[in-house]
Design a protein around this ligand. Structure first.
Ligand code: PLP
Length: 361
């Protein structure tokens, strides 16, 4: 069986050269006569690899020196709960901007610990836009402002970093981190589950401004305390070693592609190709997200007749285009086109969509 183009929202497709390298090194890695999975995270070889992965990530994102990079576990969902524990005191208030399913879930977890204040929401328009910054009702005494920079389910993305003044901006970037250059200094804390745009599930990358680590003052259990993880270089307990290694390979692959400016260009082109095909289909396919807020990573679309959905999925799968079924919340289709999806994959999808529309239009 040949590898197909995999449009899964996550866990998602990984760069083929990275998988080949991992395969080649699976039994014997780095002269250690064992797999990287079988080695102590406290060993010299693993520590060197781990440090290099951080160096490469810092280089890619131009992370300023006053930020720590953490390699954590728990998925983004755990950090929906853990961010408030670390950045606020119990009962303090925090501002949330709600633009889709994930930022809504972030509120749901946070409200066990902080008073969540919805500073803006696009729920009224079905999460098809980003509320203009001028309409946000931010509070000066908020512990932080939380956004999801890309809504993986609703296909809505921030294309500008909102200004939150002196209140730290916190962003769940699970589904668009490393997809384009980023001014990290505009954020207090960035976190991302790895399984969309970085590597295998089980790893969370966090970039946090050093001074914010002082907010817990030892108040939370060490295992939940970002400051404790930072003090131990993300080795407070056993980290997800294989995921860390694979993320490191992905960072090197990104550098070899020409870094984030180059990958951003490729991502823009892929997204433009797919949206153009949807918009030119004469209503056979529709994406109803405000064009100014359309995601470059996750493209949800519906067919003009939902009775064709099953056939579309069956035929696309047979044509080597995997996992196009939309999230159950929205129905229809969704094509996730992260960094590792090549232009050829999008071209193949668009060709299939045209052909399908011709046969069923
Ligand atoms: C996938 C995703 C999550 C949840 O990740 P888990 O690893 O399942 O906890 C959170 N936020 C965004 C934006 C996501 O895409």
């Amino acid at each position: 069986m040949a590898r197909a183009f995999n449009f899964s929202a996550g866990p998602a497709t990984l760069p083929e050269p990275v998988l080949h390298q991992a395969q080649q090194e699976l039994l014997e890695w780095g002269g250690e006569r064992a797999s990287v999975m079988e080695l102590s995270h406290r060993g010299k070889a693993f520590e060197a690899m781990a440090a290099q992965a951080e160096v490469d990530l810092r280089e890619l994102l131009q992370v300023p020196d006053n930020y720590r990079v953490l390699f954590l576990q728990g998925g983004a969902t755990q950090h929906f709960a853990q961010v408030p524990m670390n950045l606020a005191t119990p009962g303090q208030s925090a501002d949330y901007v709600v633009t889709g399913a994930w930022s809504s879930k972030a509120v749901g977890e946070a409200q066990h610990f902080v008073q969540t204040h919805i500073a803006a929401s696009s729920e009224a328009d079905g999460f098809r836009s980003i509320p203009p910054r001028a309409q946000w009702q931010l509070r000066e005494d908020a512990a932080y402002v939380h956004i999801a920079s890309n809504e993986t389910i609703h296909g809505v993305e921030f294309h500008e970093t909102p200004d939150t003044g002196a209140v730290p901006l916190v962003a769940d970037m699970s589904s668009n981190i490393l997809s384009r250059p980023l001014d990290v200094s505009r954020y207090g804390l960035i976190y991302a589950g790895a399984q969309k745009n970085i590597g295998p599930a089980g790893l969370v990358i966090m970039i946090v401004r050093q001074d914010l680590l002082e907010r817990t003052a030892g108040r939370v259990p060490r295992i939940f305390d970002y400051a404790a993880h930072a003090a131990e270089n993300s080795m407070l307990n056993t980290p997800p070693t294989f995921a860390w290694y694979l993320a490191g390979l992905v960072f090197q692959w990104l550098k070899a592609q020409g870094g984030l400016a180059a990958i951003a260009q490729a991502n823009d082109r892929k997204a433009a190709t797919l949206y153009a095909a949807i918009d030119a289909s004469g209503g056979f396919y529709r994406n109803e997200v405000d064009p100014a807020a359309r995601s470059r990573m996750n493209v949800p679309f519906v067919l003009h007749d939902a009775r064709l959905d099953a056939l579309f999925l069956q035929e696309s799968n047979a044509a080597g285009l995997l996992a196009l079924k939309g999230h159950r919340v929205l129905g229809g289709m969704r094509a996730s086109i992260y960094n590792a999806m090549p232009q050829e994959g999008v071209d193949a999808l668009v060709a299939f969509m045209r052909d399908f529309a011709q046969r069923h239009g």
